[in-house]
Design a protein around this ligand. Structure first.
Ligand code: AMP
Ligand code: MG
Length: 331
């Protein structure tokens, strides 16, 4: 099968009703979508992605009414929903019976968010049911931020890609666990910063420990050390300007490598040099990150060298993804 790319939410809904997962745009990345009530279609999502069944899926809802159908909502969740939804914030809450265990990897908690992308919301409204939606890429690979990325990575398995243009944010949602209301825990950095969540909660937020044991990764496989990786070996460095690689990588660094700067250097660039933002804009850098990695991954470079970005706001999320994507870090 070769996927069709189109702009019709009605066609996406028709495919979903026939039990076929489809790719839909969200403001973060493109998702591979199945209705919450169709365990067959959800199983296809895991299969198409080659995603292990112990890696739970995020449930996407239209509004608080649908949230109530899938999770037990507490006071802290309501505060955050009022401020940040629809938007790139996923909450982990106790799950209701209506959520099949295949969605939550047999856990009693569920991850939920309401996306703001109008096309995704249109599909939710037409279908009238929540949707599961992991990113529309094969397991552990770079998330797609435009329809062409989905076609490149999954065009052979899925039937329809709803094209909403490039994703405005380009990086996966922030994930916050509210299972213990006294101890909200940030499980994944994303577009909404820890500080802005703390301001609304009027409470400090815990960070996950560096523990990547089975228990922690089962709880949130987004914590897997390796994730979001291009095929080409990626190396993360503090600053590219003046960087000296270790001896065993000197050849690799000099030959057939691509270099990604955070912000545009004030000089003419070679054809092997790229940048994430014109002028130190972290939001622009996030939006360009996966697209740049996808582009370079298809260009036959032997390695890609990228520098970390300033650690503030969405910069934490960018550095987090780079740390997981990198084969090695020189920081
Ligand atoms: P992805 O859809 O691939 O961007 O990843 C979704 C993330 O949400 C994964 O890191 C999941 O582990 C996390 N997640 C989904 N459901 C749960 C849950 N019930 N508890 C903790 N994390 C979850
Ligand atoms: Mg993903």
């Amino acid at each position: 099968m070769r996927a069709a790319i189109g702009c019709s939410p009605e066609e996406a809904v028709a495919q979903l009703k026939q039990g076929n997962p489809v790719a839909l745009p969200t403001e973060t990345v493109y998702g591979l979508v199945a209705p919450l009530w169709s365990e067959d279609a959800i199983l296809k999502v895991y299969t198409f992605k080659q995603r292990p069944l112990n890696n739970p899926l995020i449930v996407h809802v239209l509004d608080e009414c649908q949230l109530d159908q899938v999770a037990y909502v507490n006071a802290q969740a309501t505060k955050l929903v009022n401020v940040f939804w629809p938007g790139p914030l996923t909450l982990i809450l106790p799950k209701k019976l209506s959520v099949p265990l295949i969605v939550t990897a047999q856990q009693s908690s569920v991850a939920v968010r309401a996306p703001s992308s109008p096309l995704f919301r249109k599909v939710l409204a037409l279908l009238g049911t929540p949707l599961v939606a992991p990113s529309a890429n094969k397991f552990q690979q770079v998330s797609p931020t435009c329809a062409q990325h989905v076609m490149h990575g999954m065009g052979d398995t899925i039937s329809y890609i709803l094209d909403g243009g490039p994703c405005s944010l380009g990086i996966e949602s922030t994930i916050l666990s509210l299972l213990d209301e006294q101890h909200p825990t940030l499980l994944r950095y994303g577009p909404i910063s820890k500080e802005s969540l703390e301001n609304v909660l009027e409470q400090s937020i815990h960070m996950p420990t560096a523990d990547t044991s089975d228990h922690a990764t089962k709880l949130c496989p987004g914590l897997f050390k390796k994730h979001y990786s291009p095929h080409t070996p990626l190396y993360l460095v503090d600053k590219l300007q003046g960087f000296k690689p270790p001896q065993h990588l000197e050849q690799q660094f000099k030959q057939q490598s691509a270099y990604i700067f955070f912000t545009r250097p004030q000089r003419t660039l070679t054809e092997k040099e790229f940048y994430l933002t014109e002028n130190e804009d972290l939001t622009e850098a996030a939006a360009n990150l996966f697209a740049t990695l996808q582009y370079l991954d298809q260009r036959h470079f032997q390695s890609i060298w990228i520098e970390k970005v300033p650690p503030k706001g969405i910069g934490y999320a960018i550095n987090d993804r780079l740390n997981r994507a990198a084969q090695d870090c020189f920081l």
